[in-house]
Write a new protein. Sequence first.
Length: 296
Amino acid sequence: MEPRQIELIAADGVRLKGHWWRSDGVTPIGTVIVNPATGVHARYYHRYAACLAANGFSVLTYDYRGIGLSRPTSLQGSTFTWRQWGEQDFDAALRHALQEDETGRVLVVGHSIGGFLPGYSQSMDRVTAMLSVGGQYGYWGDYLPARRLPLFLKWHVAMPAITFALGHFPGKRLGWLEDLPKGVAYGWGLQQGRTEQGLSSDAAEAMRDCFASVTCPILSVTMSDDEFATPKAVNRAMRYYRRAAVTKVLLAPQDLGFDRVGHFDLFHARHQDGFWRQSLNFLRDGENPWGNRVYP
């Protein structure tokens, strides 16, 4: 399947690159926006997008500002932030999807930060449902206890220090995901328990109100061996969606036929006959395929 490359223009004028996926001759049953994790190119999700398109969905994949096809020539000194990824970039993707949609059903699949930041968009009240996969915002105090110290030293000591020295985070050179804009690296590296840290009281209240305006069903899925998106981390993130009907699922790798899955693996093609197919139950029919794995 060959997707069509598109350009999105955020409200602040930043241009983003993405792809539109649709099976020829198939009447679509819904439109899905795929939000990447931090430091992960949209191309990693292309096989999943092709799977969704082959099953009747129109699909939009895109790179956030500063990442992949949406990266400027240089990241030196770039101040792009997670908040802009939600308020501007996801919002641009959502507005485009709403304009192109022919079904009245626009859905979101978000991975990691991509499963949290949709609440920043003023248009999120028009979304039908969201599948959040490992959705959280990187607070070190919620990491898997056995891995907390090395992860803290890597992402919350080394990353901010390297970013301070170089003006951006050279993740690809280090083998630590992709390069990150300074604002994103600091946002993650210096993250505390409340994601609205650093905002004025009025801005923080407006942010919380925006998240609270979301009322669509959210299915939040994480893995028992995910060192970032532990149930504690997911609970912290999903509390911002206080008016949405949030169902939280904790899967073990063995539930999917694997010994290990972790934080990044679910969108690898090895899961196309398992997790990918199961996710269609929620996106197509609104049903939770893992009803026996729900936790409070």
